[in-house]
Design a protein around this ligand. Structure first.
Ligand code: 5CA
Ligand code: ZN
Length: 408
């Protein structure tokens, strides 16, 4: 799958720090990378509907990390999947009388356009599940050989109780796990399962559904194993950051970690698990199944500047849950105007503090609101007529572009 075109990233003076990031599995901040190589997997979209602001927030959050890593001189490998075969996609295609592959392709293209407009740096590897089917089948076969799976009416399940440290990612009590499993695509009540939380690896072919040949029967993959297969192929065990929205903590990333650790016999799957909070609208999480969506593409079609959308998102810390509002967007548009006016001034206060301040804010668990505050302070002073520096505006323009992804 071809990723979108990369935005240009200006080079900045000196080097930034490797950010500390909050690791959900430990409940504390830790360095987001340790060596010169930084490896990140962020769960991608299920392309049955357009990109909403919640998705945009997730990919912008991890884009900040990728930008900070590059600024710190690290070599970044970033992998993102596209869940281009799954129940919701098939259901939507059926409802609309469209071929599921056409739907997936169209929505993936729209997503890519949104990402490019929002100046999100594309992943190094952007890959669909359909094109990864041999890897997925190989991973399931490996799990079968390790004796951690069982068959139920031709479907194949991963036995979660075989996993040594099952629960270490989400750290949730059993009753909550069960509730979330049912809510998020699991089948805790299916008769014949050994444990209610056992998750589907392979679903045997059903009439009218797409299916692929595998040594264990024709069918299609369950959700979690796709990310395991893709992450292990392109990153390997022990990669630095597993990212996504906080709705993926359980069951998705718990299952991914359990499957990958069972398959490889190694631990950990990822060094840290980082989560974007849920973006909501009118008191509810924005979700395709709820239908309460604000689409990035629709805002753009209405003439909203994508840089204002980006600033509206960056005004919130990535770990916080927040609500999308028109007021928030208007405030971001005003901020963008002011920033653009300031960088067109011929004289401004020294910008070293801006570069250092933005770097410092991002290094402290990607504190984008604090970074915006640093720029605001310089903009206020500039618009008040302070300063005599003639090169400062270029430094600020480059800082804001390279580290925050906002082109002025
Ligand atoms: N394809 C799977 C991941 S393997 C999936 O969750 N797809 S998705 O289209 O539902 O979501 C894509 C990404 O956006 C995921 O990382 C998800 O956690 C995140 N996301 C979904 N809804 C929101 C929301 N309301 N706020 C923030 N992030 C969200
Ligand atoms: Zn995933």
């Amino acid at each position: 799958m071809k990723a979108w075109a990369a935005p240009e990233v200006p080079r900045l003076h000196g080097t930034g720090q490797i950010p500390m990031i909050y690791d959900h599995s430990r409940g504390e901040r830790r360095p987001s990378a340790t060596g010169r190589q930084a490896r990140m997997y962020v769960c991608g979209i299920t392309p049955y509907d357009a990109t909403h602001l919640g998705h945009a927030a997730t990919y912008i959050a991890f884009d900040l990390l990728g930008r900070a890593w590059r600024d710190a001189g690290l070599d970044v490998t970033y992998v993102q999947n596209v869940t281009d075969i799954d129940d919701p996609l098939l259901e939507r295609a059926e409802r609309d009388g469209e071929h599921w592959q056409e739907l997936a392709q169209r929505e993936t293209e729209l997503f890519s356009d949104d990402m490019a407009a929002l100046r999100v740096i594309p992943p190094t590897v952007f890959v669909g599940v359909v094109e990864s089917m041999p890897l997925v089948i190989e991973a399931i076969q490996g799990l079968r050989e390790r004796g951690v799976t069982y068959e139920l009416d031709g479907d194949h399940y991963f036995a979660v109780r075989t996993a040594l440290d099952f629960g270490h990612v989400s750290r949730l009590p059993a009753d909550e796990m069960r509730e979330l499993f049912a809510e998020r695509g699991g089948d805790p009540d299916r008769v014949g399962k050994r444990d209610p939380l056992d998750c589907l690896l392979w679903r045997r072919e059903r009439p009218g559904e797409p299916a692929w040949d595998a040594p264990f029967g024709r069918g299609r993959p369950g959700w979690h194993v796709e990310c395991v297969a893709i992450a292990l192929e392109y990153l390997g065990m022990g990669f630095d950051i597993q990212g996504g929205g906080s709705d993926l903590t359980f069951p998705h990333h718990e299952m991914c970690a359990a499957e990958a650790q069972a398959l490889s016999g190694q631990r950990p799957y990822a060094q840290a698990y980082a989560y974007q909070g849920m973006v909501g609208l009118d008191g509810e999480k924005m979700s395709k199944s709820r239908g309460n969506l604000v689409f990035s593409s629709r805002l753009r079609a209405e003439g909203v500047d994508p840089m204002a959308i980006r600033l509206a998102i960056l005004a919130h810390h990535y770990r916080d849950d927040w609500e999308w509002t028109d007021d928030g967007l208007r405030a971001a548009e005003r901020r963008l105007d002011r920033w653009r006016t300031a960088v067109r001034r011929s004289h401004a206060p020294d910008a070293t503090k801006v570069l250092d301040g933005v770097r410092e804010a991002l290094a402290a668990d990607l504190d984008a609101p604090a970074a915006l505050g640093v720029v605001d302070a310089w903009v206020d002073a500039t618009l008040a007529g302070d300063g005599t520096d003639t090169g400062a505006t270029e430094t600020v323009r480059a800082t804001v572009d390279a580290l925050l992804g906002v082109q002025l």
